[in-house]
Design a protein around this ligand. Structure first.
Ligand code: HEM
Length: 407
């Protein structure tokens, strides 16, 4: 319910989690910020507001000096350590220094070299599922591709993939703001084991440096960069968690969107798009806009800010950026609730903007394009085989399962 720019919506309510877009439509009738009572901060639905704040240096991911959050409790101490040097926990100049070192591994040329590997990975997953008529696409396709890609990029043993997924699932619960105490304890245990695993990987890698990201960062450890092992470990955990969770869910959401928008009697239209790399890239951007996996990020005002005539933020106040609502903003997009891969007003905020813009954006788009092309080329008659529900989390808008039939 929205009353006087105040929103009463439990973010754990089942119906809301399944379809937050119904609320976004209501928010867009005025487009103004709303005070979301459950979270206790103002939230912004409009594209121009969200885009502006992501780029505005008066806002940061951390509170300003003097307004710091209380230290994490003892039962989350290993989790806190895993985040200490995360890019998402840093601001300039520390952020600039670390981001520059990581960026080198993500330049487009470097990422494009991964195309062949992604293609053969997608093909081999499809050969596995081809042995069954019915399968869960999320478990058998959307999950293994991103985790294998990121292990290869980092230079972590591929066989560890299943374990990494378990640690990652346990840790990301802490970002949902709806986690239980038991989940926090499990997240801390996962963080402790994950850090120990990476310490061991770094030690053995030092003996045989390769051309992967961890070797690259080890080579950067010198008097000039002062790059610490703990920093490399935090970056690796962030890349493994961020790099895989969001991509899994974006791929699942994208496939569901395509199955709904191109039923079998209109499938040839989709196949024609996927046959063309440029059109497929545009399709991926529209999937990111239409079916975002991450719906809410926050920023802290670093100083007092007059947001609108009636909304005044004080230094240290938090503000919610509704990325997926911004993607459906009627001022920015014509027919925002329609899926139109050929739209001339293409764009999206699912990958963020500003200094924390997703490091893996190019890689994620490449993975999505190749995975969608390979899937529908192999199974042009793919169809939904049951109902697909979103998992019980508002922040990570991803499916629990995606049951499909390939024949
Ligand atoms: C479709 C998939 C993906 C989505 C939707 C996504 C989304 C995002 C968003 C919204 C942010 C910005 C958060 C903020 O501003 O507060 C971000 C940052 C980040 N993403 Fe992604 N991401 C995806 C895939 C990836 C991949 C594949 C990687 C790495 C392999 C990755 C690594 C990162 C990192 C390291 C940051 C932090 C950047 C910084 O703070 O400077 N992401 N991502």
């Amino acid at each position: 319910m929205i009353d006087n720019n105040t929103l009463d919506q439990d973010p754990r309510e089942h119906q809301f989690v399944q379809d937050p877009y119904e609320l976004y439509n209501r928010l867009h009738t005025s487009g103004a910020p709303v005070f979301w009572r459950t979270y206790g901060f103002w939230c912004l639905p409009s594209f121009s507001d969200v885009n502006a704040i992501l780029r505005d240096r008066r806002f940061a991911r951390r509170p300003p000096a003097g307004y710091e959050n209380p230290a994490m409790p003892e039962h989350l101490k290993d989790f806190a350590a895993s985040e200490r040097h995360s890019l998402l926990a840093l601001e300039p100049p520390q952020h600039t220094r670390l981001r520059k070192l990581v960026n080198q591994a993500f330049v487009n040329r470097q990422v494009n070299l991964m195309s062949e590997g992604i293609q053969s990975l997608a093909d081999s997953c499809l050969s596995q599922v081809a042995k069954q008529n019915d399968f869960d696409l999320l478990e058998n396709y959307a999950t293994p591709i991103p985790v294998t890609v990121i292990t290869k990029l980092l230079g972590v043993p591929e066989a560890a993939g299943d374990q990494l997924i378990k640690w990652s699932h346990a840790m990301v619960r802490v970002y949902t703001m709806t986690q239980t105490h038991e989940e926090e304890i499990a997240a801390n245990k996962a963080a402790e084991q994950f850090q120990q695993f990476l310490k061991d990987v770094l030690a053995s890698k030092r003996e045989h440096l390769g051309d992967d990201l961890l070797s690259h960062l080890i080579r950067q450890q010198n008097d000039e960069t002062q790059l610490l092992d703990e920093e490399i470990i935090c970056v690796a955990i962030l890349l493994l968690n961020a790099g895989h969770e969001a991509t899994v869910h974006q791929l699942g959401n994208a496939v569901l969107t395509l199955l709904k928008h191109y039923p079998q009697d209109q499938r040839s239209e989709l196949l024609a798009i996927l046959d063309d790399d440029d059109k497929s890239d545009a399709l991926v951007v529209e999937c990111l806009r239409y079916a975002a996996p991450l719906h809410l990020f926050t920023r802290y005002a670093q100083t007092d800010v007059q947001l609108t005539d009636s909304v005044h933020l004080k230094a240290g106040d938090q503000v919610g950026l509704l990325l997926a609502a911004a993607n459906r903003c009627p001022v920015r997009f014509s027919n925002p609730n329609q899926f139109i891969p050929s739209r001339t007003d293409a764009g999206q905020l699912s990958l963020g903007a500003g200094i924390h813009f997703c490091v893996g954006a190019h890689l994620a788009k490449l993975e999505l394009r190749i995975a969608l092309q390979a899937l529908f080329k192999r199974f042009p008659d793919l169809r939904l085989n049951g109902s697909a529900h979103y998992q019980n989390s508002y922040h990570f808008h991803g499916l629990e399962k995606l049951p499909v039939s390939c024949r």
